[in-house]
Design a protein around this ligand. Structure first.
Ligand SMILES: Nc1ncnc2c1ncn2[C@@H]1O[C@H](COP(=O)(O)OP(=O)(O)OP(=O)(O)O)[C@@H](O)[C@H]1O
Length: 489
């Protein structure tokens, strides 16, 4: 690995590299100097990916890094300051210990990338004064022990997460926030549903909290100790749905695993199976689902043995199932099976009285996630928010609050003026020219807006939204996750 570039007055040390001077004693907390350099500098191991001068202006950027960031032309960003300050939660840890931390290993552009935080040493006295993020592309040899330790950690983490998922759902009834008559009625029906074994059908626009409520029903039911298994039908490629639902017998087809693979039905045995976007289920699978519900047994792909399963089914959709039954794209017998206890979740614009407590609950959650103090919401901001149409409902509200906090560093009270730039603009108003900023951010915002529009125009139906955008459904899902338009996933 070659020596990392020097960046005016400080340098980052790669693992194994000798430090300068005496063994450095890390400073308490972050010095003002360190805060100045807490911007993300990404550096390639063999050649610098980006050079930044003492004023944090980009002086050079290489083509592959441009591609990584989605910047078309390097000239577009040269001379621009690195504006986004991302104080990563683990930066203070790096500063305190003086040791690098491996954050992630991922595949991109057919290469393996290692993302890490490295300590930054003062050029004069060698003390640790900050941390920077690096992406390393090649020559991972010196990092091998660190990588295997990281992989072990990831495996343990994944196992711990799986164990947690087995124990139950994340949300309880108290997490479904709202005190308006509309929401209280939803909660009353949900409590009724929790006490029974009958299937529950949740209807509501995208982002109205169908998954939150489904988990709350599971958590309040006698099956709370059993598994909680959720499948988003629209997110699974059609060809894989049957295997995903019912599992695969060993050696079921050429190339299949020698071991049996359990399906979601088997995994949910003794607990609750939540099928989100059930309206997106292909007709052939609808017949198999009906059989599983009626008989209480499933048959894995490539097997001719049936297995009994004891599963409580909760389904949800933002589509008009009745209309789909009428036009023949949803089986009427399945519809009647699923539609035993129906709960219709109101759109956010139908219960504006809940805006205040919803904002407080969401701000509390955002503060917990970011580790920053919780921001308050002023009455004029609540009034402004309550007057919006919210096609993306509570998910969209959460995004607006999150964006407002990101745009206003150390914001303690959100008022109407702070909110305005983050709000979707009613048509007819000309927006002011946006400030100049990194192209990758501008492109991400434009994509976010187009996706929001398509979701609103399709009534929250993601398959239709993907068609309107001219992209495959799977690409839409990747973008929803990447652009934080789908915070739960
Ligand atoms: N009543 C509520 N109280 C608090 N948070 C909520 C509520 N409803 C939704 N949310 C939040 O809004 C986001 C979207 O909720 P959820 O995923 O349950 O919606 P959904 O109706 O299942 O959406 P989709 O149909 O798009 O899958 C989540 O971040 C969730 O925590």
């Amino acid at each position: 690995m070659s020596t990392p570039k020097r960046e005016g007055g400080f340098r980052a040390a790669f693992p194994g590299e000798a430090r300068r001077g005496e063994s450095p004693s890390p400073r308490e907390g972050l010095s003002p100097q360190a805060v100045d350099i807490l911007f993300p500098i990404f550096e390639q191991a063999s050649a610098g990916a980006i050079s930044v001068d003492v004023d944090s202006r980009i002086t050079w950027i290489n083509d592959s890094y441009c591609r990584l960031l989605g910047i078309g032309d390097p000239q577009a960003v040269i001379g621009r300051p690195v504006a986004r300050i991302i104080p990563h939660t683990r930066m203070p840890e790096v500063v305190r210990s003086g040791r690098p931390i491996l954050l992630d290993i991922m595949e991109a552009h057919d290469q393996q990338l290692v993302v890490m935080r490295l300590p930054v040493h003062d050029e004069i006295d060698g003390r640790v004064i900050g941390a920077v993020a690096f992406i390393l592309y090649d020559d991972l040899q010196p990092l091998t022990p660190m990588i295997s330790k990281y992989r072990r950690l990831q495996r343990d983490l994944a196992a711990a997460r799986r164990a947690l998922a087995r124990r139950g759902a994340r949300y309880e009834m108290g997490d479904f926030v709202g005190a308006s008559p509309e929401v209280l009625e939803v909660k009353r029906r949900a409590r009724l549903a929790a006490a029974r074994h009958t299937p529950v059908l949740l209807l509501g626009e995208t982002g109205t909290g169908k998954e939150v409520l489904a988990q709350a029903i599971h958590a309040a039911s006698p099956r709370a100790e059993g598994p909680w298994v959720a499948v988003n039908v629209a997110a699974v490629p059609e060809g894989l749905l049957e295997a995903e639902f019912f599992g695969v017998a060993p050696g079921a087809y050429t190339g299949a695993d020698k071991r049996a693979r359990q399906g979601k039905f088997q995994l949910a045995d003794g607990g609750t199976l939540f099928l989100d976007e059930v309206g997106d289920m292909p007709l052939a699978l609808q017949a198999k689902l009906l059989r599983a519900i009626q008989e209480g047994e499933v048959e894995s792909l490539g097997s001719n043995e049936v297995q009994p399963v004891n599963v409580r089914l909760i389904t949800a959709t933002s589509r008009d199932l009745e209309a789909m039954v009428a036009e023949g794209s949803f089986r009427s017998d399945l519809y009647y099976r699923l539609n035993v206890l129906t709960i219709r979740l109101p759109a956010l614009r139908e219960h504006p009285a809940d805006m205040g407590i919803l904002c407080e609950a969401l701000l509390e959650k955002l503060a917990l996630e970011s580790g920053e103090p919780r921001a308050e919401i002023a009455p004029d901001a609540v009034a402004l928010l309550a007057a919006q149409p919210w096609p993306g409902n509570i998910r969209e509200l959460r995004n607006v609050l999150e964006q407002t906090l990101a745009l206003n560093e150390a914001c303690s009270v959100i008022d109407a003026a702070t909110l305005t730039p983050a709000l979707p603009r009613p048509s007819g108003e000309t927006p002011p020219a946006p400030p100049l900023r990194p192209l990758a951010e501008a492109v991400a915002d434009a994509e976010r807006q187009a996706i929001r529009q398509a979701l609103a125009a399709s009534g929250g139906n993601r398959s239709r939204a993907a068609r309107l955008l001219g992209i495959p459904r799977s690409v839409l899902y990747t973008k929803l996750a990447k652009l934080s338009l789908n915070p739960d996933n």
